[in-house]
Ligand binder design. Structure first.
Ligand SMILES: Nc1ncnc2c1ncn2[C@@H]1O[C@H](COP(=O)(O)OP(=O)(O)O)[C@@H](O)[C@H]1O
Ligand SMILES: [Mg+2]
Length: 1021
């Protein structure tokens, strides 16, 4: 049994968060002064007024919440949300003004009074009573703002807020965006004056101008149904099911285009609300075929024509009396048959999930009784339809069902390609859109539109229209379903049923399975195909999860997350990455809690638990060298562990070191400042010293001048103190720092010794990451120093055997081996080794190391006689470091690059890079100092400036003699020889080349030795 810190009952707090539209309407003036009016009269007048307004508001689905003074407030979206709540509010407002005009005639004639009102409308997130309890009271800032908008209006005006506009923009005419400063508000707010409302347009129009992608098979199925209806001369029904935005309406539009006049295609929409809407689709269908007269003509000659037309008019509401249902059904069937006489008739029925039951009865009747006429009813609906009428999909000979699935990733990409044409959308934004939209074309379209307007600069907000769509679907759920989906949303996109059960109070548990199955039927969740175990489900769409989560009040979120973390920790089978998941839930619990309340003891305890779990997860990621994940986890942990204790200091140091590895130097200094401050406060000397070392390492990379001296000084000062403290982790780093002093001096032998010491301490501390780093560096020292190639290879093979499975160690050693193999002439083997190493750097996000190591493949290619390939590798590394703002290794890469460019005979570029290296290189950093001189000397030789060339080459030679590098001195000697040859001083050149060959031979660099030998032969020849 898990031990719970959070009892299950605490998850039952009241209320929901939801997005609603609020309308305020106030009487501003009556043309007769109130003073003159008898209070009894006034009371009658106002009561008439309120009654009228209430009817209008409720007719549009608004909930009239309060009348205080003369104020009317109505909320659209409680108790249930509709996707068009904002538009309903605006339509209601416009109708209120119209109704008031009529009312004023009446008031004027009776009491000689006329009223004037002003209206404000705003949309936003509020807290409302639980929908199941029928409570509709809403509170929140958007309510106040709606009131302020109303107060800012003149009599007869309607103002909407900026949040409302995007939801209604294709159905309203508005004035320009204005700002005003409401009383008691610090910031000005925007408002738009409504100048007109289209009574039937959707608030956000869908696009048909973008070419259709995919859906060929579905289109073929529809065409096939039309062909069969024609052949069999009877009625067929095709039900197209899918969530909003998946492309149902578009499919019918495409069908119409494909039939290109060989059939009559008309559509009728079912409306979500309104009076007398049962037969509304018929109104549109009759309009579609050319009006009632056209219908009369189609029926011409039939003996029952007049009766049919009259009954249809009755259903449309244009005749005084409507017939009984059976008669209406019969008339509609007769009409459709008549319309299908000369060619097939396709009737698209949009949004059938909103149809009144009687209308569904009508369709079933037409299907069952249609005679001798090719009619295809294409019924478009959301999956909820089936829940409302389970028999709808009962198998029938002349019925087909098409379930529209999301677009494939390739189709989504194609759609985005069309949508982004002519906009400034970049690849990254498009990728994010594709990820979030999950193949829903409407989501793709609207997110792209929003991002293109610049609203999606850094994050990708869910367009309000989509939010409204999803909110409506969720609000239509039963209480039980809603409870299940909410709890599931806290667990995640993918969730085990057992976890939902745990989050549910015992008396509600028995119905969970049933509710889950109905959620599956409504296509909101589905059995999971990815997670382990048989009882897993997942949300059909991530936005459904987000919407379900969004309505949970934060107090309840906090309780649910905490409870779920408890459960996870106590569960018998622990999921992979438990700490990370537990940490996430505790973190969310904490964030929700402090969003709404003070940081009390309970909140602090949560933060601590969360921080510790995330730190554990982060360290584990760091140990497997998953740098990006480790950085993200440790930063979150550090943010949670806000107290100044040693734990936090250590965490910050680890983060600093990870950020170094990731090449994010800009962040490191701040982290180190904080780490030393925290360490000092916590009186932890070890950590303070470690911060000193880390800072020195950072400066090596960013301000290399004088590093040799500083590295030695700092290392020598901290080592004795760390010895006293017995801190192996610190000592390992300190010895490493000391070895860095020999790096600039290119004293590889001494460097190797210091690294051997670092390795001992790192092993003792059990710090695998450090061991890995030092083994890698030691390998390099063996490569560049005097150690003979065969011996270096043997030592590296030992390291490899020891490192079994440690990817970065293996990569480091393979890099070194690559060059060693190339020196022996095994170029294929060398390239293969480097390829294996570089993949690891790429995949682990070690950008800095990958860039610095471009020396490896470059050296291999130079040995192989492919200088252009070497140039390409070095360029890539150089540019990466440049973008990072790195300076330590960049001067070296520039010098190598200059040298490789000379080998490729690209002297112009070589001169430029030699200059860069000369500028960047610290004066004590001998490798670049030697190499840029060699490159520059070669450039000068080409230009015939032989004196300058010889002088530079000599400087290089003298510097190289201070190092124990196996390669630098021969390079300098050959360069000098080159300059001498050009001056015709062959006899002076030959001994230098001989020296170089001897040095190569001593190292065992067979390839280089062979090359110098042939050079000699040429000169002697
Ligand atoms: N296969 C498709 N290719 C391109 N655009 C599509 C496709 N399917 C849908 N769309 C577009 O996506 C939006 C939503 O489609 P729609 O047919 O209105 O969805 P539904 O009727 O299922 O709610 C429309 O703008 C439509 O043009
Ligand atoms: Mg549609």
């Amino acid at each position: 049994m898990p031990s719970y810190t959070c009892p299950v009952e605490t998850v039952l707090s009241e209320g929901v968060r939801k997005t609603v539209t609020i309308l305020f309407c106030d009487v501003v003036r009556s043309t007769t002064l109130a003073d003159d009016v008898d209070p009894e009269t006034l009371r009658q007048v106002m009561s008439r007024y309120f009654d009228e307004m209430r009817v209008v508001l409720e007719g549009h689905g608004g909930t009239v919440e309060k009348f205080s003074g003369d104020d009317v407030m109505a909320v659209f979206g409680v108790p249930a949300a509709h996707e068009d709540d904002a538009l309903r509010a605006v339509r209601a407002a416009s109708e209120m003004l119209k109704r008031l005009d009529e009312l004023n005639e009446e008031l004027d004639s009776i009491w000689a009074i006329r009223l004037q009102v002003r209206i404000g409308i705003n949309t936003g997130e509020v807290v409302a009573g639980d929908p199941s309890s029928g409570q509709t009271f809403v509170t929140g800032e958007p309510v106040n703002l709606a009131k302020r908008l109303e107060q800012s209006a003149e009599p007869g005006e309607i103002f909407i807020g900026e949040a409302t506009y995007p939801l209604v923009r294709d159905a309203v005419e508005v004035g320009p965006l204005e700002t005003f400063s409401p009383k008691g508000k610090r910031r000005a707010v925007g408002r738009l004056r409504v100048e007109g409302v289209d009574p039937s347009a959707p608030g956000v129009a869908r696009r048909l101008d973008v070419p259709m992608v995919g859906r060929q098979r579905e289109l073929d199925q529809l065409l096939e149904a039309v062909a069969r209806a024609e052949e069999e001369r009877r009625c067929h029904i095709v039900t197209v099911l899918g969530p909003p935005g998946i492309g149902k309406s578009r499919l019918v539009a495409e069908l119409d285009a494909s039939l290109s006049g060989t059939a009559t295609v008309v559509t009728g929409r079912c409306l979500p609300y309104g009076e007398g809407i049962t037969f509304w689709p018929l109104v549109e269908i009759v309009e579609g075929v050319g009006g009632i007269e056209a219908l009369g003509e189609a029926l011409a000659g039939a003996e029952d024509a007049t009766a049919v037309v009259e009954l249809v008019r009755g259903a449309l509401g244009t005749a005084p009396a409507a017939g009984r249902s059976e008669e209406t059904f019969w008339a509609v069937r007769r009409s459709l048959e008549a319309l299908a006489r000369t060619r097939p008739l396709v009737v698209g029925l949009e949004d059938l999930h909103w149809a009144e039951p009687t209308f569904l009865d009508l369709l079933e009747y037409v299907l069952g009784w249609g005679r001798e006429a090719p009619i295809v009813l294409v019924c478009l609906a959301r999956p909820e339809l089936v829940d409302e009428r389970p028999t709808w999909l009962a198998p029938r000979a002349n019925a087909t069902t098409i379930v529209l699935e999301p677009l494939s990733p390739a189709e989504t990409e194609a759609l985005l390609d069309h949508l982004r044409a002519g906009t400034a959308l970049d690849d990254e934004t498009c990728n994010r859109i594709a990820t979030v939209a999950e193949g829903n074309p409407l989501f793709v379209e609207q997110m792209a539109a929003m991002a293109a307007e610049g609203n999606g600069a850094s994050s990708l907000p869910v367009p309000p229209s989509i939010h409204a769509l999803l909110a409506e679907r969720l609000d239509r759920l039963t209480e039980g379903e809603r409870a299940v989906i909410e709890r599931a949303s806290v667990i995640g996109r993918d969730f085990p049923v057992r976890a939902v059960v745990d989050l549910t109070p015992p008396d509600q548990r028995p119905t969970i399975q049933r509710d889950l199955l109905s959620l599956v039927r409504k296509d909101l969740v589905r059995p999971s195909t990815t997670g382990p175990g048989p009882d897993r489900f997942s949300f059909r769409h991530v936005l459904v999860r987000d919407a379900a989560y969004g309505v949970i009040p934060k107090a309840r979120r906090a309780a649910l997350h905490e409870r779920h973390a408890d459960w996870l920790e106590g569960a018998a089978e622990r999921p992979l990455g438990l700490d990370e998941i537990v940490g996430y839930h505790l973190e969310q619990a904490y964030r929700s809690k402090i969003d709404i309340g003070p940081i009390d003891d309970a909140a602090e305890a949560l933060a601590l638990r969360a921080g510790r779990a995330l730190a554990t997860a982060g360290r584990r990621a760091s140990a497997r060298d998953d740098i990006p994940a480790a950085r993200a986890l440790l930063s979150r942990a550090a943010a949670l562990l806000a107290t100044a204790d040693a734990d936090r200091a250590e965490l910050l140091l680890e983060l600093a070191s990870l950020s170094m590895k990731a090449g994010r130097f800009g962040e490191v200094a701040g982290l180190l400042d904080e780490a030393s401050a925290v360490a000092a406060e916590a009186a932890d000397r070890r950590l303070e010293l470690r911060a000193v070392i880390e800072r020195r390492l950072l400066e090596n990379a960013t301000t290399p001048e004088g590093s040799t001296e500083a590295d030695r000084r700092i290392a020598e000062s901290v080592i004795p103190e760390l010895e006293r403290l017995g801190d192996d982790v610190g000592l390992a780093k300190a010895w490493w720092l000391l070895s860095e002093a020999d790096l600039f001096a290119a004293r590889w032998g001494a460097r190797a010794e210091a690294l051997e010491r670092a390795l001992v301490h790192a092993r003792r501390a059990g710090d695998h990451r450090q061991v890995a780093t030092y083994v890698g560096l030691l390998g390099q020292a063996l490569l560049y120093g005097p150690t003979p190639v065969t011996q270096a290879i043997a030592r590296c093979e030992d390291f490899l055997a020891e490192a079994r499975g440690d990817l970065t160690v293996e990569a480091g050693i393979r890099s070194v081996l690559a060059v060693l193999q190339a020196m022996q002439g095994s170029f294929d083997e060398a390239r293969r080794l480097w390829a294996r190493a570089s993949v690891v750097y790429d995949e682990l996000g070690l950008r800095y190391r990958r860039a610095a190591r471009s020396l490896i493949p470059a050296t291999v290619e130079l040995l192989a006689g492919e200088p252009n390939a070497a140039v390409a590798e070095l360029r890539m590394g150089y540019e990466t470091l440049e973008a990072m703002g790195e300076l330590g290794v960049r001067s070296t890469l520039a010098a190598f690059l200059a040298d490789a460019l000379c080998a490729a005979k690209r002297y112009g570029e070589a001169e430029e890079l030699a200059r860069v290296s000369e500028e960047l290189a610290a004066s004590d950093d001998l490798v670049p100092q030697i190499l840029w001189r060699c490159a520059k000397a070669k450039v000068l030789v080409q230009r015939g400036e032989l004196d300058g060339a010889q002088a530079l080459a000599l400087e290089a030679e003298l510097l190289a003699r201070q190092t124990d590098s196996a390669d630098l001195l021969p390079t300098a000697l050959e360069t000098r020889a080159d300059a001498l040859c050009a001056a015709g001083r062959l006899d002076e050149a030959v001994p230098l080349i001989e020296q170089a060959r001897a040095l190569h031979e001593r190292k065992g660099n067979i390839v280089a030795a062979r090359r110098t030998a042939s050079l000699l032969a040429a000169h002697r020849g």
